[in-house]
Design a binder for this molecule. Structure first.
Ligand code: AVJ
Length: 306
């Protein structure tokens, strides 16, 4: 099956592939979301990193960093600065699907120190992880921002298990996880008043239009969010304002009814039990857990059991 056929089936099932949210424009918009008052995740995670940077670096004694889905690397910068207090040399690799994110990362880090060497790798962490160079040094993998929340249980486990397989005995993984909390607090994080989340969500249509030569019209959709209580997840949708037809280059058509909701992203929220189960099913062992006073967000430092 080719890519267009896959996308066709996906749209018929009312799902738009989440990865298309993160093109260059989307990565920039996500950065804007992180700076909104409503989006508590980034600043909370940053405060935990700040508070425990020394402990994280002492526990992992990392000789190099490898960040998955790094975005702008602002939080990782704190850890890099901590590591450079004790190390003469450090390599940082940023692995991201967007060239813009890699550039933002480079811009953030290039002036830190001549002892830091920066590598940029463009890739999709579901498909390209198996091809990365695992290195010889003690590596700290970083997977921050609760990006794991984008994956359903099965995908989360297979992703983390694959990571566990490539981790050497002495390597660590630092992962950021958003926790279950007041549902209104969660919902407003995905519905900021300034409208960055709305722009971010609708941008997926431009990305798909360009890539697949389709004719989605942004103005025919509204941004909508629900909190699915049985799965403890935010679901982000584009809801159709009208009955409309999407035309494919091969002349196939998809009919979309008024009120139809196209799912663009899930963002799961975890409790200790649900996340621990995922880690143990992925052959990962928790070494340290860090959190903020409100217990809004957690960082876990893990080893591979394989
Ligand atoms: C980058 C996947 C962690 O799920 O909170 C923010 C993406 N989507 N607002 C999240 C996102 C809408 C974000 N992650």
């Amino acid at each position: 099956m080719n890519e267009t056929e896959k996308l066709h089936i996906s749209i018929k099932n009312k799902i738009l592939p989440t990865k298309y949210l993160y093109d260059d424009k989307g990565s920039k918009l996500f950065e804007d979301i992180c700076n909104t008052e409503e989006y508590y995740l980034t600043r909370t995670e940053k405060s935990i990193v700040q508070k425990y940077a020394k402990d994280i670096m002492a526990a992992s004694s990392a000789e190099e960093f490898f960040e998955l889905g790094s975005g702008s690397s602002k939080k990782t910068k704190i850890l890099i600065l901590e590591a450079l207090k004790y190390r003469k040399k450090l390599t940082y690799t940023s692995f991201d699907i967007s060239k813009k994110a890699l550039e933002m990362s480079k811009k953030e880090l290039k002036t830190i120190s001549k002892n830091l060497s920066i590598q940029l790798v463009k890739g999709d962490f579901i498909n390209d992880l198996k091809n990365i160079d695992v290195g010889k040094d003690r590596r700290l993998y970083l997977f921050l921002g609760s990006t794991l929340g984008n994956f359903n249980n099965q995908m989360a486990i297979s992703f983390l298990y694959n990571l566990s397989k490539i981790m050497k005995k002495k390597d660590f993984l630092l992962i950021g996880i958003d926790k279950i909390k007041d549902h209104d607090v969660i919902k407003s994080a995905y519905n900021d008043k300034a409208g960055y989340t709305e722009k971010f969500n609708k941008n997926i249509l431009d990305v798909i239009n360009n890539k697949y030569n389709l004719d989605f019209e942004k103005n025919n959709f509204t941004h909508s969010i629900t909190f699915n209580k049985s799965n403890n997840q935010i679901e982000m949708y584009l809801t159709s304002k009208t009955k409309q037809v999407i035309n494919f280059p091969n002349k196939e058509k998809i009919l979309i009814e008024q009120g139809d909701k196209l799912l663009t992203e899930i963002s799961r929220k975890f409790n200790d039990k649900t996340i621990k189960k995922i880690f143990s099913n992925s052959s990962l062992k928790i070494r340290k857990t860090y959190f903020d006073d409100n217990k809004y967000f957690s960082l876990y430092l893990l080893n591979s059991k394989l």
